[in-house]
Design a protein around this ligand. Structure first.
Ligand code: G3H
Ligand code: 13P
Ligand code: ZN
Length: 313
């Protein structure tokens, strides 16, 4: 099976009331851990690559590793550019074998975001590649936003129809209270997502796939292992899993997960190295990191995304 776009995946996910996991990949072990889990669950999967990942591992290594994962699993896999910031990186990924790109124009004005996104869509669609756009800005805890500032960052439902119509995007990332990283809420703050905004957006965009970024749940299981073996991660807080399950049943068809992979991998590697201080074969600790990733992704597929078995449907 060749790499696929997300078009059919999203149509099925929307109709079936589940979401596809979009997992960030940076090396072979992470790709293997994710795709081995997806294989065992017979789940479609999106592997996404950030600009930082392309810089770290190099474009061609990542493409070839993902192609190897398809040979190994025979699963529907989409290869996606995460947070493309300009036309050039989107073009490089489209020309270089990706089947999906995100153009993240959310830092620009509405009109500039539309113009940039439209330009990427024209090039991508001419090459059989799908495009994710973004409206609204994800908050980070370091921004120290108060509620009214935060409100200004949420996606405005009254803008979504015009944005989708004028850009021609295939999916839309929205801001409803998730944020990137492992510190999503202040200590003592009650995690909350604006499901009312999500509902209003999906009412305005019938049958249109919505994307949630910043959707790691920061499981205490991994935080505790990291801390037990010498790591420092005070006050790491993610999105509660019941909220993500609720989102996955709605118009949200793609849920982005990176921080949870980092925590799982780091927990496994730390645990191994701590317990085996005289070992120095990287295969030994990387294999444990890979197994931790695999277990995490299986958990997400079954308990959060609801897409187990969906590769066959
Ligand atoms: O949303 C960002 C992803 O977590 C990728 O992070 O730019 O450090 O690779 P990165
Ligand atoms: P997390 O940091 O919550 O894993 O979000 C990842 C993400 O949105 C990648 O685009
Ligand atoms: Zn993101």
């Amino acid at each position: 099976m060749p790499l696929v776009t997300t078009k059919e995946m999203f149509e099925k996910a929307y109709a079936g009331g589940y979401a596809i996991g979009a997992f960030n990949v940076n090396n072979m072990e992470i790709i293997q851990g994710i795709t081995e889990a997806a294989k065992e669950e017979n789940a479609p999967v999106i592997l996404q690559v950030s600009a930082g990942a392309r810089k770290y591992a190099k474009h061609d290594y990542l493409v070839k590793l993902v192609e190897a994962a398809i040979i190994d699993t025979d699963l529907p896999i989409a290869l996606h550019l995460d947070h493309g910031e300009d036309f050039e990186i989107c073009k490089a990924c489209i020309d270089g074998g990706f089947t999906s790109v995100m153009i993240d124009g959310s830092k620009h004005s509405f009109e500039d975001n539309i113009a940039l996104t439209r330009k990427v869509v024209e090039y991508a669609h001419a090459h059989g590649v799908v495009v994710e756009g973004e409206l609204g800005k994800l908050a980070g805890i370091e921004d120290d936003v108060n509620v009214s500032d935060a409100d200004a960052c949420f996606t405005r439902p009254d803008e979504v129809e015009e944005f989708v119509e004028r850009t021609g995007v295939d999916s839309l990332a929205i801001a409803i209270g998730t944020s990137h990283g492992a510190f999503k809420f202040k200590p003592g703050q009650k995690p909350q997502l604006r499901f009312d905004i999500l509902e209003e957006i999906s009412r305005r965009l019938p049958n249109f796939p919505i994307v949630l970024h910043g959707a790691s749940s920061v499981s205490q299981e991994y935080v505790e292992i990291i801390q037990k073996y010498g790591g420092k991660l005070d006050d790491a807080i993610g999105i509660p899993e019941d909220m993500l399950r609720q989102a996955a049943k709605s118009a949200v068809c793609k849920i982005n997960i990176d921080s949870d992979l980092r925590l799982a991998f780091t927990a496994g590697v730390r645990e191994y190295i701590f317990n085996n201080p005289s070992h120095f074969d990287p295969r030994q600790y990387l294999a444990v990191g890979r197994t931790y990733i695999k277990n995490l992704v299986k958990h997400k597929i079954v308990n959060v995304l609801g897409c187990s078995g969906a590769a066959a449907k």
